[in-house]
Write a protein of this length. Structure first.
Length: 624
């Protein structure tokens, strides 16, 4: 039968469309039968033309609409959740809906609509529940493998401890069937090992030796993404044979070639000042500059701070050596250490052991001297009982005063050093901290020159309780502070001037006219546009500095790129140093033949693995 064509539901025919929807199939058949009797043979039905639908465009997000994703697609308002017909998928209809029902959002910036769009989808429950048992088992295997790597434990701990513990917990808390399902999760040593393997940027490089004597090279990368600057471990490789600059370059260059990276895209590199890194002929930096002459080298700020604070005067150096000899006399002999422990317990001391000094550990000096001062009366008693010639040192008030100063100044240097150990930082942040310390050092020097030692608590307490000649002590302290300030300036030349030139990057909305005038006129114009934008002013208060400039780059590419050039380079090798700490936990004496690359990367990685993609490429091991 030939059915009459359904009328198009327009504004003028809504009543007709409603009536047609309420008619039953029998009514349609009856009408068709009558039509056949009156008109004779039914002509051959023409092939209907495919119906055309309005398609969703990405710019509709700026009108407050997303798509339902069905066929045909329908506009969905992510402010109120109202779903419109496909025929309304037109800019004029969507704009009318926005103006009538959400007038307060008209004229808002692009970032506002994108943020609301992201919030809308994040609030939806998009979890896919139809997963098979094998897929769940595979996902659990990957998740547990990641936990094992993050904990820096041997791979066998999953099969030997975690899996049996999970089975016991399931059997106790749930039932026997749940426990049997846990047993199917593949967590053998080989399985865990297998799970773990699966534009412009800056580099951070350093090398260290593991417990088996192999040199390990680790590299971190920092790059600009769509919304922020991110940093991530790039690789860790074992250096076979020598560790010269040429050898290090060959390892890095091989990795670049295998992964399609270009040296032209590397804008900066941060290392320490070892000869293998900074050699003018065959050093790593010189070798890289042959590939990319524009690459910039940054000397690690933490390393520079340690070098600047290392030098002391001969008088203070003798005090430090005498202290180390006293500590070694007690600490390095097991019998003496045991007897000293009992003595401290009997005298009610809070701590019962001294700390050993390690030259390669930058924080060592401040800690050992503070502990020695804390237990100086117990140490003096112990040295007298053992007839040590060093006992007389603790009766010399001049020696004790200088020891107090060393403990105080090294504690302040340790505090500065620890403040430089942080992730997601830039040269601006670290220069601010070093500059603040230098200003305080100038204040301490002027105060001590006047005989005011209140800035050094232990020195001030000792001088107030004992009759000590302050003149020689003041001379030693002022001399050391003067040398310390000079050494910092030699390792951080022109730091204050460079830091002042970048004030426009820190906060362009509170920039003086003098600082703005240092920029080229074209950048001054763009900067004035940025500071006049209220939306960007709100953005800088609610986001990080890097997020703000990435956002500015979208509207003002030249100015944004110039700011990101200052924020992209690494300022220290902290990430490498932290990775070496993880290496000492992962590769221990019992695992000295371990290949570090796979689980080291997984343990220190900052990015969340894309388990969905990994699972889609992996095959579930149902036999386990």
């Amino acid at each position: 039968y030939h059915y009459p064509k359904k009328p198009r539901a327009t504004r003028h025919h809504l009543s007709i469309a409603a009536a047609l929807k309420t008619q039953t199939m029998e009514t349609w058949l009856q009408r068709s039968s009558n039509a056949a009797e009156n008109t004779g043979p039914v002509p051959k039905k023409a092939k209907p033309e495919p119906e055309k639908f309005c398609q969703y465009l990405e710019e509709y997000v700026l009108m407050g609409f997303t798509s339902t994703g069905c066929n045909p697609p329908k506009p969905l308002c992510f402010f109120c959740g109202e779903k419109l017909a496909n025929g309304s998928m037109k800019p004029t209809h969507l704009q009318r809906h926005l103006k009538i029902k959400h007038a307060c959002h008209v004229g808002k910036p692009t970032e506002f609509f994108k943020r609301k769009f992201s919030e809308f989808w994040s609030s939806q429950d998009m979890m896919w529940k139809a997963s098979t048992t094998s897929a769940k088992v595979l996902e659990a295997s990957y998740a547990v493998s990641l936990l094992v790597a993050k904990a820096k434990k041997p791979f066998t701990v999953a099969e030997d401890l975690l899996l049996p513990a999970a089975v016991v917990l399931a059997k106790t808390m749930l039932d026997r069937n749940a426990a049997e399902k846990f047993k199917t999760v593949p967590l053998s040593n080989d399985s865990v090992c297998h799970r773990l393997w699966e534009n412009c940027f800056s580099l951070q490089l350093d090398e260290s030796t593991d417990v088996s004597g192999n040199a390990q090279l680790v590299a971190f990368v920092r790059y600009v993404d769509t919304d922020d600057i991110y940093e991530h471990i790039l690789f860790c490789k074992t250096l076979e044979g020598k560790t010269t600059g040429e050898d290090i370059f060959n390892v890095v260059n091989t990795f670049f070639c295998e992964n399609g990276l270009s040296w032209k895209s590397c804008s900066s590199i941060c290392t320490n000042a070892a000869a293998s890194m900074t050699g003018s002929v065959r050093g790593l930096i010189a070798r890289i500059k042959k590939e990319n002459p524009d690459v910039k080298w940054t000397h690690c700020v933490i390393h520079r701070e340690a070098l600047a604070s290392k030098k002391v005067s001969p008088v203070l150096h003798d005090i430090l050596n005498d202290s180390i000899k006293v500590i070694n006399f007690i600490k390095s002999r097991p019998r003496n250490a045991c007897m000293f422990h009992l003595l401290c317990e009997n005298m009610g001391a809070e701590h019962t052991q001294l700390l050993l000094h390690t030259e390669v550990r930058w924080l060592s000096r401040g800690r050992i001297l503070n502990r020695l001062l804390e237990l100086r009366s117990k140490v003096h008693t112990f040295l007298i009982k053992h007839r040590s010639p060093h006992a007389t040192l603790f009766q010399d008030t001049d020696w004790l005063t200088k020891l107090c100063y060393l403990a105080d100044i090294f504690s302040k240097l340790n505090k500065l050093n620890m403040s430089l150990h942080c992730k997601d930082t830039s040269i601006l942040n670290l220069y601010d901290k070093v500059g603040g310390f230098l200003k305080k050092a100038e204040l301490w020097r002027r105060a001590c020159a006047k005989g005011d030692f209140t800035c050094f608590l232990q020195v001030d307490d000792f001088l107030s309780s004992d009759d000590v000649d302050r003149a020689p002590v003041k001379s030693v302290i002022v001399g050391h502070l003067t040398t310390l300030i000079q050494d910092f300036h030699s390792y951080f030349p022109d730091m204050m001037e460079k830091s002042a030139l970048l004030n426009w990057v820190r906060n362009p909305f509170f920039l003086s006219e003098a600082n703005r005038s240092r920029l080229p006129v074209t950048y001054q114009e763009k900067l004035l546009e940025v500071t006049s934008d209220c939306g960007l002013q709100m953005k800088v208060a609610t986001s990080t500095l890097t997020q703000f400039w990435v956002c500015v780059r979208q509207e003002h590419p030249d100015l944004g790129l110039k700011a990101l050039e200052q924020l992209l380079p690494f300022a220290s090798t902290y990430l490498c140093e932290a990775s070496f700490s993880a290496m000492t936990v992962i590769k221990i004496k019992q695992r000295n033949r371990l290949c570090l690359e796979k689980n080291w990367i997984t343990a220190v990685a900052s990015l969340i693995p894309r388990l969905t993609k990994i699972l889609s490429e992996a095959q579930a091991q149902v036999s386990h």
